[in-house]
Design a binder for this molecule. Structure first.
Ligand code: SF4
Ligand code: FES
Length: 358
């Protein structure tokens, strides 16, 4: 098999986080994962990734800013000539801390917001963070860094979709990602509380059309949740194809969720990054098309969506080699239809299970 070269590295520096969002995409057992790579080891991973063709690194977590060696890690990525993007909740750095990252080579920032109003935002995040996040956004823009605002949309806040765009415009963001919640990790536990009904989604889609008309310079990304689209998304641009995730313990993965699958991945602590990417059995399990069964095996869409999300197939159909149940042609699509029907019929959403709750 010809192994493609990754161009994007998602560096999960830690699973620690001061927030406890009920849709966190970190693994359910995140607390048991050691933080295995120090700044020097990250520097080696960045060098090896750059040699393989990686151009871009997203520093994420958990909350990457809880790492005291973050500026050293940023400097190492700059040394490897990677474009450095920080994905943060914006609650941990002060203005001097941000300056240190900019001096080290930080190029752009994505700030997550749980909502556009303080009360629901702080409730979902598990603490009084909203005002600090807005202050952080202002510091980012004052340093002329490109800012992306990421707002996770769900049953409890879709009605404020338009407000999210207005807030992004006021903050001077270049891009706003209206990210309909993906049902992975903690979010799958909270599916009944988070999954919106179709009428809510249609109203939000209309709000986005109007916002695009009114803010032509703001890049507005809005993607329907898998559960309502009848065709899956090309998760991560295909398994082991473009994007590599390096988890806090050094495991090289094709996506955030793959460590929950019964597959063998290798650690960048023990092998060169390129070897983990090319040769680990887990990385090759769903690369290309040879693993596909019907209906994907003969479907013309397979070159576009790569059969959808393996982690979703594992979580919902019990077999990662099945077609993603989000696809209307998938044998397990009934699971998604049933969830959709429940969401359409549901009254008040049930309470949330927060990250860290058992
Ligand atoms: Fe994609 Fe497979 Fe569905 Fe075809 S059958 S659209 S390849 S998930
Ligand atoms: Fe793992 Fe989609 S999240 S393949």
């Amino acid at each position: 098999m010809i192994v493609p070269r990754p161009y994007n590295l998602i560096a999960e520096l830690t699973y620690r986080c001061p927030l406890r969002c009920a849709y966190c995409s970190n693994p359910l057992d995140y607390a048991g994962v050691r933080e295995g790579l120090d700044a020097k080891e990250w520097a080696r991973v960045f060098r090896q990734a750059a040699e393989l063709g990686v151009l871009h690194v997203g520093l994420t977590g958990g909350e990457p800013c809880v790492r005291e060696d973050l500026a050293e890690i940023v400097a190492a990525a700059a040394e490897a000539e990677l474009y450095i993007h920080l994905v943060t909740a914006g609650t941990h750095l002060d203005a001097d801390g941000l300056d240190a990252l900019v001096d080290a080579g930080l190029r752009s920032v994505q700030l997550s917001l749980q909502d556009v109003e303080p009360e629901p935002a702080d409730r979902l995040a598990g603490g009084a963070f909203f005002e600090r996040k807005l202050a952080f956004a202002a510091w980012v823009r004052a340093r002329d860094l490109p800012l992306t605002l990421n707002v996770v949309l769900h049953r409890g806040n879709l009605e404020r979709t338009r407000d999210a765009v207005e807030l992004a415009a006021r903050l001077g963001a270049h891009r706003v990602e209206l990210a309909n919640v993906q049902l992975h990790g903690w979010a799958l536990r909270n599916r009944e509380a988070l999954l919106p009904g179709r009428a809510q989604l249609e109203a939000a889609s209309q709000a986005v059309r109007e916002a695009r008309r009114d803010h032509p310079k703001l890049q507005i990304v809005f993607v329907l949740p898998d559960h309502f689209s009848d065709r899956p998304k090309p998760c991560m641009g295909g398994w082991g194809r473009k994007n590599a995730v390096v988890a806090p313990d050094g495991l090289v993965l094709p996506c955030h969720g793959a460590r929950a699958l019964p597959l063998e991945f290798w650690s960048a602590r023990e092998h060169a990054f390129g070897v983990c990417w090319s040769d680990a059995p887990g990385m090759n399990a769903y690369r290309g098309e040879t693993w596909m069964r019907d209906p994907c095996r003969t479907c013309p869409e397979r070159e576009r969506d790569f059969g959808g999300c393996r982690c979703q197939a594992f979580a919902l159909a019990g077999d990662a080699a099945e077609a993603d149940p989000a696809c209307a042609l998938a044998p397990a699509h009934d699971v998604v239809l049933a969830a959709r029907r429940r969401a359409d019929a549901a009254g008040e959403a049930p309470g949330l299970v927060y990250r860290g709750d058992r």
